[in-house]
Design a protein around this ligand. Structure first.
Ligand SMILES: Cc1ncc(COP(=O)(O)O)c(C=O)c1O
Length: 388
């Protein structure tokens, strides 16, 4: 018998995946679980990937990724965010943001080090920290019920073993952008306690206008202690290309690059060429995203708001909507399972993102308008059924 490690045994399949798998049992399911939009990658980006394959650009690249791609990323972040990183040693290309997050944790953490993860949080963070033999410290205050977290709870969770705080703004699952005051507060805590901030910025490409977004790396004293993680998955609808990137101080990027040699060697080369096209072109290939998702957001928000017993707050960003189910008296798992069984609509129970979210379910509005309308109709029927 092969012995399975404690790490592998300790990993739980997320509720997102569980509901996604359960949804597969129904042929007529409306699946609102995964954040994987149906929007096609732009033809020019697809063509760049195909060209690379045809031209035999299908071998390994440098562990840190093609220099040309790192230069393109440097220009892109500079142009869009006004932040400068050296392509040679401050930028690395990874296999999606996921691998970027994991490699930076692996490069930083020793066994039993602690990483603070404020809830509501992206589910994979906790397991990634555990996969480094370190301890995820979830700051989850069930009394804070409005989908945010409090600075004092973060500060309270700090111990001598704390190494980093992981933040995600705009946030999956809440769709919120952290205010500049919150960011300043997090930065102050990080500087006071000598912590690193890992800033997951994959949704900064999908902000609906009102709330301004700025990376925490802009705050004075933060660039040297911030690791920025981003990817092309959401911005250019390229989830399957598996291209992410990390910007940070050279010591962390150098360490991650050494690890990369032993993990994936490099991100897939045709996808790296596609990424050069996506980020380097003067044409803005992601401009349709905001228009398409604004329409979908309006459709889902107005649909859910019209249902008796459900409420929601319009997301500032992302393609996620948190729906408040408190009036039903059900917890989020019971609600999600009952909804799936009764109406074949799959949503993610809020508890996935922390105890503070157990009176919410998350809807990913990643599909076309008619699909969303049908989902809303069935949720309405489900709510009416509960009252009988
Ligand atoms: C907050 C957040 N970070 C990272 C990722 C992973 O993105 P990638 O496809 O680039 O690995 C996701 C994917 O859903 C996400 O929601």
């Amino acid at each position: 018998m092969i012995q399975i490690s404690n790490i592998a045994n300790g990993i739980q399949t997320s509720f997102t995946r569980q509901l996604f798998n359960m949804a597969k049992e129904y042929d007529d399911v409306i699946d609102f679980t995964l954040g994987d939009p149906d929007v096609q990658t732009h033809d020019a980006i697809k063509a760049a990937a195909c060209r690379a394959i045809e031209q035999g650009k299908t071998r390994y690249s440098q562990n840190a990724g093609l220099l040309e791609l790192r230069q393109t990323i440097a220009k892109y972040y500079n142009r869009k965010e006004g932040l400068s990183y050296r392509p040679e040693d401050e930028i690395m290309v990874t296999v999606g943001a996921m691998e970027g997050l994991y490699l930076c944790l692996l490069a930083m953490l020793n066994p039993d080090d602690e990483v603070i993860i404020p809830a509501p949080y992206y589910v994979n963070y906790t397991q990634m920290v555990a996969m480094c033999h370190a301890k995820p410290v979830i700051v989850d205050n069930p009394e804070v019920t409005n989908l945010t977290y409090r600075l004092e709870d973060i500060e309270h969770a700090i111990t001598p073993r704390t190494r980093a705080i992981m933040i995600n703004t705009p946030s999956n699952p809440t769709g919120r952008v952290l205010s500049q005051e919150m960011l300043a507060g997090i930065a102050e805590i990080a500087m006071k306690h000598d912590l690193v901030v890992i800033s997951d910025e994959v949704y900064k490409c999908l902000i609906y206008g009102k709330q301004p977004w700025k990376s925490i790396a802009h705050i004075e004293g933060m660039r040297e202690r911030t690791i920025l993680v981003n990817s092309l998955s959401k911005e250019f609808c390229m989830t399957g290309y598996r291209i992410g990137y990390v910007l940070g101080p050279s010591e962390i990027i150098t360490a991650m690059t050494k690890l990369q040699e032993n993990v994936a060697a490099c991100a897939p080369l045709p996808s790296q060429y596609a990424a050069i096209e996506a980020l380097g072109s003067t044409e803005n290939y992601s401009k349709d995203m905001v228009r398409i998702f604004t329409e979908r957001k309006e459709c889902i928000v107005s649909g859910i708001s019209a249902i008796d017993g459900l409420t929601c707050r319009e997301p500032d960003a992302t393609f996620y909507l948190m729906v408040d189910i408190s009036s039903t008296g059900m917890n989020s798992v019971d609600f999600a399972i009952a909804l799936l069984k009764a109406q074949h609509v799959a949503v993610v129970p809020g508890i996935t993102y922390g105890k503070c979210c157990d009176h919410y379910v998350r809807i990913a509005f990643t599909r076309e308008l008619d699909y969303i309308r049908e989902g809303v109709k069935r949720i309405d029927a489900f709510m009416k059924g509960l009252k009988k």
